[in-house]
Design a binder for this molecule. Sequence first.
Ligand code: ARG
Length: 589
Amino acid sequence: MKKLLELMSEQFEKAFSDCGYDKKYAKVTVSNRPDLCEYQCNGAMAAAKEYKKAPFIIAEEITAKLAGNDMFEMVEMVKPGFINIVISQSFLAAYAEEMINTEKLGFAHSENPKTIVIDYGGANVAKPLHVGHLRPAIIGESIKRIRRFVGDTVIGDVHLGDWGLQMGLIIEQLHSEQPELPYFDESYTDDFPSEPPFTIDDLEKIYPAASARAKEDAAFKERAHTATLKLQEGYAPYRALWKHILNVSVIDLKKNYEKLNVSFDLWKGESDAEVYIPDMIHNFIESGFAHESQGALIIDVEEENDTKTIPPCIIKKSDGASLYATSDLATIIQRTQDYHPDEIIYITDNRQEMHFTQIFRVARKAGLCPDTKLIFLGNGTMNGKDGRPFKTREGGVMRLEELIASICAAVYDKIMDNRTVSDDEAKKVSEIVGLAALKYGDLSNQASKDYMFDIERFASFEGNTGPYILYTIVRIKSILEKYEAAGNDLNGEDEHINTVQTDAEKALIMEAVRFNSMIEAAYSELAPHRVCAYVYDLSNEFNKFYHETSIMGETDKKRQAGFISLLKLIKRILETSIDLLGLSAPERM
Ligand code: ARG
């Protein structure tokens, strides 16, 4: 379906052309004076210059042309030459009815769907997921869903950190804790055990211990470096041990992402890019891009118009080890070969911006992916009330599980205050609503900005929060249930939107019909916060309408059926929208 503003603009274009003016002046926009009108067209003001006429004369000609057009209830010239517009209730109703009958609520499937890779998990093997991984996961999941809704083929990749120094640290720590393991016996020639020598709980202790030790014990750190290098060079015992670390860790990571309702199509990692590295480096050297500097291999990426220094990209360290950048570049080669994506979107903390500037420049210079747009979407941090990155009460990094549990507990208390459901149900519901509180609290902010984690506010059933949106959906569900319980057919043939509308009813429908233009903006701006702002506005309009309208008490059956169709439409829009955010609504709360 065309957008409502497009349809209105088309009528204006015809009027402008018919009156002998360029139709480029005919753009209709949402009114910035809602007290005076709903939409407006300011084109006569601009046309006045070209045609050397007073703007009000042009505006009058246009309004005269549009008189009697049944799309509008009012088209009025206001001096010095504005045109104020009120849309007709019957046209609005017809448009909303058409939405009901389209698969995507009036959104037209993309005409040139793209293939894109979204790189958005970024979890590191053998380290528990913590709050720092929250934002990329929930923002990425939402962008994936929005892109898919529009029609793109989307490949979501977690891109595990499974290849760096943390691997060497763990290997060396294990070495000192369990020296008897066959992985540390150079004379061992049998197959390595298929059972891992540790559990996830062990692993979660090993890494912090190793990382703390490396800060104090230089010799240990050096050994960890050597182990990392040996692993990267293919030393079989370490590869075998690494596989165990990976397997044990991935099972746990999957569980945790599932709790967030975040999922990936690919569970690839930095290590998967490894095979592409030797050829890539060879080509970098051959073609003269890369050069040696203090034993390391680097590529200069500074450009003439840079306003700040962009340091060279280090491809290989002097000890021969590859780096984060090396594996990201090799991953570009791998993704280009495997998927020929039109875009690769990276979602990580803002602090990685420099890294991505460097690798995008190398990729461009070296022609690694000439047909692929590389996009970095940096996210701000989630801060505590002190304005610093969120910490546990003890000052440590909070694990994601703990964070989710704390917000679910806050929601549980709120649900129990209302006492509309049993304790058991309250527990289940609080998990759904708590997650929504957390995710919505995050997604409603522009991704690049920092925000403050405020459990009280996020868990509140009022205001711009996840629970408020879910509560609105639950409210609609309960009215529909009542309607059905009163002996009416919810799925009857007569789906219609009332053509005579109250102000609140009209305002609600006007918000509903914005769905397709909202999706377009959220899509092109990679902006889940647009979806949040929309569901909030729509929920507000719905609740106003609900308070002013006696739906169950309406005695005109046809009019009541019109209300019900409208409710069903609003419910569908809200449910579709929150699904794009990765949330769902319970039956009751
Ligand atoms: N594992 C990285 C981290 O924790 C994030 C990975 C982001 N994706 C990428 N292609 N570099 O910082």
